[in-house]
Design a protein around this ligand. Structure first.
Ligand code: COA
Length: 389
């Protein structure tokens, strides 16, 4: 173990006309420093995760974190980007600085403001995370990409609409109790299963309730090396991390296998000397419900083609054998692209420190796993966390 999370900050995710990328960063960063009990001048390095790709005119944003506090002036600050896994890329970058002994403490912030552009522009910006040379004509932005994936899965393994609706209903039910979530409504299975005026088809077999929403928000975590972390209020250590990057063109991969996700889980579990069954819960990247189903298979919870079993038999429910997305996931919490991975780390740390609201707090969780994905299984990040203080 080389690093631990010692504090976090999180704006509620939602649509906020009155906020800016800067104001969201400052709110989350300030909360995180306070929560960690760390003074700004004690921060050695700053990493910002911000995807942008057309959402904000302010393109150069790393130094905006310094607006949080005068004491951050002259600290090294860098922005990282890896599509929807930008937040985890930022967290893992901070861990690398600590491992290299370049920093004792790192402030990691993830941010995105997506709602200030039109729906069509949202789709165009997000599609920039695909291989434009071959995939730019896909209709419906990233929902179109995952609509095609769902179509291909249904053709190979049969209609999974019931399973997808159960995934949506589970994540909405969990997220209804999460004060940081954008969609805090328990929609129920029937609503998620059926096409209606309020739940129209978006792309392929995917309905609105199969998609994560368009969101604004920021999250932050403070990282520290283990000796420093053990002297702080709380410490949630990284048992292991793994990052696997796959080819960008979908044409070069069997997209139903999510092989990068599978390899990232294998690497992270093996270096932590753990099995999947040792985890108390997982926060996984449910940008679309079909992604969560494919991730059940890639993480090794079920055989290929049988992901539906994990949700239909209640394994991934909050009281199941491996609760998945007790926070409500991206589906309910929202998915401000650059903030998502940092949020997943903050949620997992909250869960391990028993700081979640009662309805979604697991009893005595020991180890939490995170999978954050950029593009369609292109950037794959796994973190395995355990509370050590
Ligand atoms: N799930 C459930 N409800 C949603 C929702 C979602 N994803 N998105 C919006 N809603 C609700 C809103 O809260 C609103 O409810 P209300 O009428 O009770 O106030 C209603 O649906 C209409 O909201 P609106 O924003 O007009 O919906 P929309 O049809 O313009 O957008 C999507 C819906 C699914 C197209 C949009 O959320 C989307 O593009 N999501 C995918 C984002 C994405 O690709 N992210 C990257 C992933 S890799």
């Amino acid at each position: 173990m080389t690093a631990a999370i010692i504090g976090w900050g999180h704006t509620p995710f939602g649509k906020y006309d009155a906020e800016t990328v800067e104001s969201l960063i400052v709110k989350a960063a300030r909360q995180a420093l306070e929560h960690a009990g760390l003074e700004a001048h004690e921060v050695d390095e700053i990493v910002l995760g911000h995807f942008n790709a057309g959402f904000s005119h302010q393109e150069f944003t790393a130094a905006l974190v310094l607006q949080t506090h005068e004491g951050l002036r002259f600290k090294p600050a860098t922005r990282v980007e890896n599509a929807c896994a930008t937040g985890s890329a930022a967290v893992h970058q901070g861990i690398k600085s600590i491992a290299a002994k370049q920093a004792r403490t790192v402030l990691v912030v993830g941010v995105e403001q997506m709602s200030t552009v039109s729906g069509a522009q949202v789709g165009e910006n997000l599609l920039r995370a695909s291989y434009l040379q071959e995939e730019s004509s896909i209709q419906g932005g990233f929902a179109g990409v995952f609509g095609n994936i769902a179509d291909a899965y249904f053709k190979k393994y049969g209609d999974q609409s019931d399973a997808l609706a159960h995934i949506a209903a589970k994540n909405h039910r969990n997220g209804a109790s999460n004060p940081y979530a954008q969609l805090r409504k328990d929609f129920g299975f029937e609503f998620c299963r059926n096409v209606s005026e309020k739940n129209p088809v978006v792309a392929g077999p995917l309905k609105r309730t199969d998609c994560s929403p368009v969101s604004d928000g920021a999250a932050a975590v403070v990282l520290a090396d283990i000796p420093t972390a053990l002297s702080m209020r709380r410490a949630v250590a990284f048992r292991s991390t793994a990052h696997v990057q796959d080819f960008l063109p979908i044409s070069r991969r069997d997209i139903l296998l999510f092989e990068g996700c599978e390899l990232a889980w294998k690497k992270a579990l093996s270096s932590a000397r753990l099995q999947l069954s040792d985890l108390s819960f997982v926060e996984t990247h449910d940008c679309f419900t079909i992604a969560e189903l494919l991730e059940y298979e890639a993480m090794g919870l079920t055989a290929r083609g049988e992901g539906g079993k994990a949700i239909m038999e209640g394994w991934t429910a909050i009281d199941g054998k491996l609760p998945v997305n007790p926070s409500g996931g991206l589906k309910s919490k929202g998915h401000p692209v650059g903030a998502t991975g940092v949020s997943m780390h903050a949620m997992t740390a909250m869960q391990l420190c028993a700081e979640m609201p009662d309805a979604i707090q697991l009893a005595n969780p020991q180890i939490g796993g995170i999978f954050n994905m950029g593009g369609a299984a292109v950037a794959n990040y796994v973190s395995i966390l355990e509370r050590i203080r």
